[in-house]
Design a protein around this ligand. Structure first.
Ligand code: PMP
Length: 430
């Protein structure tokens, strides 16, 4: 039987140098999973608080999703949007209904990057402009276009682009020049900066602002509630579209809301989704107001977008999330997690901040009592948790943030187990 270390060698030999497994020197394999747990090839068990980057959202081998995928695989796996298919149309209707966007239209894609590419195509066509705003510390994908709106230099592989992009202050408060201001003053300072960017750098007629309500790869950086609502007032006055990238924040993960944008008192012109909605099956897309979606006149088509297999997984996942009020569970379990964890790590001098919402929690590591990033501590924390049987992720501008994102249906016992492991690892690091 193949061992994990053999697999690591084969991985390194066949994949690009810029692709790397977590836990660099001692990566783990995932052979199978059940609910919130996974097992490696050697049979070691881990509690999964990352879900392959927030993508296995309601548990591994979730019976409803597995049954829906198996039944659909036995019927037809792919048809494309050239043909009608009940699963594909029904999922689009269901997503339109929960999107909160009036007169919504849905376009399915195969990845979050392709969804954001599509949103940019729509916005730049609708507004007849290549000028785009994005937030500092953003990540929107690995495609050529979405790299141009990513402002996270360790994840940005090229600056070549046909877009004219300006980056706006505000998503990442801890390292903002305005960090010492209170919520309202912080928001106002960022809005003033936005107005100045528009006045000073734009050639009029900006197409859109694209933003993650909570920055995912950026380390679950969370602006004050209402932040994007205030920004939107400025955008609206200049007919600039607002795109909410909900790839990580969607489907109730933030607990208080179903979508991240809802913390801000604003309805976006478009939202993009991916990751969790297929519970691991590739499914992504864009929801837009009809007049924005229908702006393209040429025929367009995404071969894998909305294929019946992915649509069946998506329908089963969404139904389970709604029927079982997993947004409510995210709120309750997120609160339990923070209530238990925060006092245990409150006085640790190398933790600058614990932040996030619901079941999106981040720990930012720094050199003692400073804001100087300490990536080695984040590595030690993630690796130490793994050694103790808990999978968490990493991220952040300097690779100095540990990201924790349990399944939306995580149990109290699992939350408590996760907290115990994190607290023990923090204590061991010292
Ligand atoms: N937007 C956000 C907020 C993301 O976190 C990601 C993936 N990490 C993407 C877009 C890109 O999604 P994909 O990897 O499916 O292309």
């Amino acid at each position: 039987m193949t061992s994990t270390s053999e697999l690591a060698q084969r991985y390194r030999a066949v994949f690009p140098s810029w692709l790397g497994p977590l836990h660099g020197e001692a990566p783990i394999s995932i052979d199978h999973g059940d609910g919130g747990e996974v097992w490696d090839l050697e049979g070691n068990r881990y509690l999964d608080f990352f879900g392959g980057v927030l993508t296995t959202m309601i548990g591994h081998n979730q019976p409803d999703v597995t049954a829906a995928v198996q039944a659909q695989a036995a019927k037809v796996m792919h048809s494309s949007t050239l043909y009608l298919n009940e699963e594909m149309v029904a999922l689009a209707e269901e997503i339109a209904a929960v999107s909160g966007i009036p007169d919504a239209r849905v376009f399915f894609t195969a990845s979050g990057s392709e969804a954001n590419d599509t949103a940019l195509l729509l916005a730049t066509s609708y507004r007849q402009s290549n000028q785009v705003l994005a937030m500092r510390n953003s990540y929107h994908g690995r495609s050529f276009t979405t790299q141009a709106i990513t402002s996270h230099s360790s994840w940005r592989s090229s600056s070549v682009s046909g877009l004219d992009v300006q980056f706006v202050q505000g998503g990442y408060r801890l390292r903002s020049p305005f960090r010492d201001l209170d919520d309202d003053a912080y928001t106002q300072a960022c809005c003033d900066d936005l107005e100045q960017i528009l006045d000073m750098t734009s050639a009029g007629n900006v197409a859109c602002l694209i933003a993650e309500p909570i920055q995912g790869v950026g380390g679950f950086a969370t602006p004050p509630d209402g932040f994007f609502g205030q920004m939107h007032k400025i955008l609206e006055g200049r007919d600039i579209l607002f795109i909410s990238d909900e790839v990580q924040t969607g489907w109730g993960r933030t607990g208080e809301h179903f979508w991240g944008y809802q913390a801000h008192g604003v309805t976006p012109d478009m939202l993009t989704f991916a990751k969790g909605v297929g519970n691991g099956v590739g499914l992504a897309g864009v929801v837009a107001r009809a007049d924005v979606m229908d702006t393209i006149k040429a025929t367009s088509f995404s071969t894998f977008g909305g294929n019946p297999l992915a649509a069946a997984a998506g329908r089963a996942t969404l139904k389970y999330v709604l029927d079982n009020d997993l947004q409510g569970n995210a709120l309750r379990m997120g609160e339990r997690f923070r209530q238990r964890l925060d006092p245990l790590i409150a006085d640790v001098p190398w933790i600058a901040e614990v932040r996030g919402r619901g079941l999106m929690v981040a720990i930012e590591t720094v050199q003692n009592d400073s804001l100087h990033p300490d990536a080695a501590k984040a590595v030690a924390l993630a690796d130490g948790c793994k050694e103790r049987g808990l999978l968490v992720g990493k991220g952040g501008l300097y690779g100095n943030v540990v990201r924790i994102a349990p399944m939306l249906n995580v149990s109290e016992a699992e939350i408590d187990e996760g907290v115990d492991v994190i607290a023990a690892t923090v204590a061991a690091i010292g």
